[in-house]
Design a protein around this ligand. Structure first.
Ligand code: DOR
Length: 430
């Protein structure tokens, strides 16, 4: 493995409060002190002047679709897509077919990731057998097999009793329960955010209350059990307020928000745009403002993509038949940088939400991720905050070309991704 010397970039490392022009030296798959660099080193030199150099991004919420839906995405294509987006770690959701509810499947995914994955893949196990919401999966077995969290993502675990038991288990396993908050009797049949636009389009709405009731129940259960509850893809102002109050009371709750919920609203659905059909749905400007404010005051801990690749046919159909989801890994940085350019988000906070934030949620076993401290894994992304580009969904390396951003102009582009000291993505001439 060749040494790499990244010269003259603006190094932003929120784990150490660093934002300065500096050189970064990578050797043996680790970040090394510059004093380590000797004259005879044949390190590859990367000229990063004018560019931002930061820890590789960590995505807590990625659908890699394997096994079972290889026509939508595979571990190979999904990790290539992640590398192109600047991610060096993805946590893959277990709503595969079969769902990841046993150790053999976790072993299979880990094996595939080692053989075909371009970056680190951390599997998430199901909370219930088959994601059916009826019996708990063997959580101890899954944990020993290496899952880093439990989730029935895509569905809410409707039984409060089961979630209570799951939380009691994870206390000793020291991993989070990741909840997809959606009270199913309220969201049943819903296609988009409930409100005037849904009425105008004649589509059944999903009210904010469906998310907030679900989140409130699980916050109460986390308070009861002391377990770490992590709320996936928070989308409403009301949920933010619930988390804010819970954190004040000392409840162990963390939460993530997606780039699309931070930057888009329900208006995107006008014209029956199935590319903007996602669950939870895109909400109102008031919600997006509350989400940005939630990041700013620490109510939200991380940004996660909820990369949900689907086929063309899954979206080229009538709205009610279309699949929920957005292919998000390759546009995440560019769309989030829009918030920075519009002075809504500080660049340091954006980077910490993609690095130290998720690393803290993963816990102490992953403290060497999301940082450029000496000895940390050499996971690095270099991006140009000023580069403008037009999104071409057909050019995604993800199999999922489903994005409402096709044709959009974004400002902020990943140029180089390094995973464990190896260059896994390189744009153009850098
Ligand atoms: O839009 C979504 N798509 N939301 C989810 O919760 C699941 C995901 C998927 O798996 O396609």
């Amino acid at each position: 493995m060749k040494d790499i010397l990244i010269k003259g970039g603006r190094v932003i490392d929120p784990s150490r409060n660093i934002d300065a022009i500096a050189d970064l030296f990578l050797s043996d798959g680790k970040v090394q002190a510059l004093t380590h660099l000797n004259q005879t080193s044949d390190a590859e030199i990367i000229d990063a002047r004018g560019l931002i150099v930061c820890p590789g991004f960590i995505d807590l919420h990625t659908h890699l679709r394997q096994p079972g839906y290889e026509y939508k995405e595979t571990i190979a294509s999904g990790t290539q897509s992640a590398a192109r987006g600047g991610f060096t770690t993805v946590c893959c959701m277990p709503n595969t077919d079969p769902p990841m509810d046993n150790a053999a499947l976790v072993g299979y995914v880990k094996h595939l990731a080692a053989q075909e994955g371009l970056i680190r893949v951390l599997p998430i196990g199901t909370i219930t057998c088959g994601r059916q919401g009826e019996d708990l999966a063997d959580m101890a077995e899954l944990s020993h097999a290496g899952v880093i969290a439990f989730s029935d993502d895509g569905s809410y675990v409707a039984s409060a009793h089961l979630v209570r038991r799951a939380m009691e288990y994870v206390r000793s396993l020291e991993v989070p329960i990741i909840e997809h908050c959606e009270e199913p009797t309220l969201s049943k049949g819903g296609q988009m955010n409930e409100g005037a636009i849904a009425t105008r389009l004649g589509l059944l709405g999903i009210p904010s209350a469906a998310e907030e009731i679900a989140a409130a129940r699980d916050i109460i259960l986390a308070e009861l059990t002391g377990a770490h509850l992590h709320l996936a893809h928070v989308s409403t102002a009301g949920t933010i307020e619930l988390i804010r109050q819970a954190k004040r009371r000392g409840v162990t709750v963390t939460a993530e928000v997606t780039p699309h919920h931070l930057t888009m609203t329900e208006e995107m659905v006008l014209g029956y745009n199935t590319q903007a059909k996602v669950n939870p749905p895109l909400r109102t400007p008031r919600d997006t403002e509350a989400l940005v404010a939630g990041l700013q005051d620490g109510t939200l801990d991380a940004i996660a993509t909820d990369h949900a690749p689907h086929t063309e046919n899954d979206k080229l159909c009538e709205f009610t038949a279309a699949a929920f989801g957005i292919s998000g890994l390759e546009t995440a940085l560019g769309s989030l940088m829009g918030l920075v350019h519009n002075h809504k988000l500080d660049i340091g906070l954006l980077i910490s939400s993609l690095t130290t934030g998720p690393s803290r949620i993963l816990g102490k076993n992953f403290a060497n991720l999301g940082t450029l401290a000496t000895g940390a894994n050499a996971d690095v992304v270099i991006f140009d905050s000023e580069a403008e580009w037009t999104v071409d969904a057909a050019a995604f390396v993800s199999k999922g070309k489903n994005t409402p951003l096709h044709g959009a102009k974004l400002k902020g582009k990943v140029l180089l991704t390094i995973y464990n000291g190896e260059i896994v993505y390189r744009y153009g001439g850098i």
